[in-house]
Write a protein of this length. Structure first.
Length: 254
């Protein structure tokens, strides 16, 4: 039986095992979640190098894990953030299926500006997906100004405009933090209500929807993103296009 998995912290409410196992078990594999402390991250990665055929990476390790891999490809190389790792022999190659999933889900929708709440790996993925869809102006809201500026400099390197602070924007509103899942989201909701947005992307997820998803319109929710990026990950690992409806039913029934 082939082993696949997820590393991150915290993982108590993760739906990834249910989503992946809905299709991976039929392919002769099993998908497990491994809650890993930061001081044990490299040990965990090297263990999965030997034991698994591939694994996902979630908060807070999408950027930190890059230096532990042998190669990065495509979008992961551009944003220096990885959420999917393929194991071939003992060689680890990092990909970013958050970007490809968001590009697929955004589809024909288009915005010229975006407010992004957060500055980690998920924020980088959302920014690149929006940029590839024509967005060229970004306002970053983050607790750490230093971290926001590192993120902003990356976006500027693509030729887009960047500002910082409590933006009252239009276009797209992106929540690229776990707020709404594990933390109080009142600050996020207050910021959202200050703008007038035509597209909302919320990477946080709950089966019944986050508070942001309940008040926003034209929304790409975290559960849909999670399922889509999982499908892209499985395609990388197995070379097979999985059935997204089976994956979705594993968490919402029907």
């Amino acid at each position: 039986m082939e082993l696949y998995g997820l590393i991150g912290n915290p993982l108590g409410g993760s739906l990834s095992p249910r989503i992946h196992n809905a299709v991976i078990r039929e392919m002769g594999g099993i998908y497990l979640a491994f809650e890993v402390k930061r001081e044990n991250l490299e040990v965990a990665v090297n263990g999965l190098r030997v034991l698994s055929r591939g694994f996902n990476v979630t908060v807070p390790y999408k950027e930190e894990v890059v230096k532990m891999l042998d190669h990065t490809e495509g979008y992961a190389q551009i944003i220096n953030a990885v959420n999917t790792v393929k194991v071939e022999g003992t060689t680890l190659t990092g990909y970013n299926t958050d970007v490809s999933a968001l590009i697929s889900l955004i589809g024909e929708r288009s915005v010229s500006s975006a407010v992004i709440y957060g500055a980690g790996g998920a924020a980088r993925a959302a920014a690149l997906a929006l940029f590839r869809k024509g967005c060229n102006s970004f306002c970053i809201v983050n607790r750490s100004r230093e971290r926001a500026e590192v993120f902003g400099n990356l976006i500027k390197s693509w030729g887009a405009r960047v500002s910082y602070g409590q933006c009252m924007g239009s276009g797209a509103f992106v929540n690229a933090t776990p707020m709404g899942m594990y933390a109080d989201d009142s600050q996020l909701i207050d910021l959202y209500r200050k703008g007038r947005y035509t597209l909302t992307i919320d990477l946080a997820y709950k089966v019944d929807g986050t508070n942001l998803q309940k008040i926003s319109k034209n929304t790409i929710g975290g559960l849909d993103i999670l399922i889509e990026q999982a499908a892209h990950s499985i395609k990388i690992w197995k070379g097979i296009e999985p059935d997204r409806e089976i994956m979705k039913r594993a968490v919402i029934g029907g």
